[in-house]
Design a protein around this ligand. Sequence first.
Ligand code: G4P
Length: 524
Amino acid sequence: MTAAVQQIARRRTFAIISHPDAGKTTLTEKLLWFGGAIQVAGEIRARKAARHATSDWMELEKQRGISVTSSVMQFPYRDCVINLLDTPGHEDFSEDTYRTLTAVDSAVMVIDSVNGVEAQTIKLLNVCRLRATPIVTFINKLDREGREPIELLDEIESVLGIQCAPMTWPIGMGKRFRGVYHLYTDTIQFFDPQAEKGTSEIIQGLDNPRLDEAIGEQADELRMDIELVRGASHTFNREAYLEGKQCPVFFGSAVNNFGVQSLLDAVVELSPAPLPRPAKSRTVEPIEPKFSGFVFKIQANMDPKHRDRIAFIRVCAGRFERGGKLKQVSTGKSLAINNAITFMAQDRNTTDEAWAGDIIGIPNHGTIHLGDTFTEGEDLQYTGIPSFAPEHFRRAQIKNPLKMKQLQKGLEQLAQEGATQLFRPTTTNELILGAVGTLQFDVVAHRLEFEYGVDVMFESCSYVTARWLRGSDADLKALADKSPANMAFDGNGDYVYLAPNRVNLQMAQERFPGIRFLETREIY
Ligand code: G4P
């Protein structure tokens, strides 16, 4: 194997998806701790607690500087390099999460054993499904009295429509939680909340007399459970997992460190190395020698006065080297990338390079946009960065009319960054903002004030959703003539239908069967 093939085969790039409170932050921290990337568990949760302590989101904004570096957590584990991509916890920022999911090769789904499949889990899984992202499931909080494991698997299968292949099986739960049985290695890992790594004993074999000695009558219960599970559940099939049709399932308790190492081992052993990526003209293989990648996230940096922002690029092929020149395909400009941020925290020797699967951050002042592709010269355009139909709308009004230009510029830039969406009705001069979560409006108002010096007011407006329109010119014109008040352009100049209510939307769809009304749109 060449050095490049080896480097790329070592990469595992994934994100954790979950409904709030299922344990994503705790699990992230424990993964970093098991990976040796942090010395003391507690840092990340403390940061989250601090964010919660202040209901003032501006504080959250101040802390964005910290989160730039924690947006991508890279650490070596066994012979792999793990890239764990953080996603915002608050569902109001779920668009950010959706886009981050386009930059990973796999995901870990955390399910709370008490609450089972929750609303946000369903939404996020559907996003993973758009790209058939392979998913490993971690059922958390086994130290609590939760639902029966078999019931949880049934729920995942029926609600999320994905097969479950249990890899481990819990021994009891809540007060009776004693550990897990690993169905494929035939080992039992006992739960010990006092032990540093959640366990102090691992034994081999379901028939091992030590099992009876350690957990008494629960040993026979386990033997019966396992017989049942082996008969009634799916066996793990790597192909089905890689196609996103089946998820291997692990049980544990993140807060007690239990089950976390098995999960990390599964990421290394089962999850895919960087995968080929679709671009408009062709599919790009990660082992291609020339660099290419796309921007999946833009984040305002520490110093808002300088409108400083970091564009996060997923490297899809080749190798990035600091100081190299890259072409921004959308503008055709060639940029010397001297100040890129790479995320290899520990290995100082390699901080100046990144391989397919890694993420690099490029500081800029608003010249790099979401979805931009960077190459060594080829005119390539990666596809698949999604935009979602907003469900909240505001009309932007300005207190000082002389600042109209700044307002427009600010809104355009913030829209390009993905902070909010911007619509311009075809028949008026209004500026309509659309968001998936209302907190996005607060962020935009704050940033307009501090970065663009514009005091903006948001008025409510009566739209409930928007749809991107695809159809023939004649059909679109007919729709625009019929419902001029509902027609708008988005930031890219694409036609959008703004619907005041669902019935109106449905009627428009029925009246114009030749037009497709899209709820999700790819930026590229
Ligand atoms: P999130 O990022 O998905 O929102 O979840 P987070 O990790 O913040 O966890 C949510 C709550 O669940 C936290 O409790 C956390 O301690 C708890 N938790 C996580 N893993 C487990 C587990 O294995 N067992 C049990 N019993 N609880 C778990 P909290 O009360 O909100 O915070 P704290 O007081 O523990 O800091």
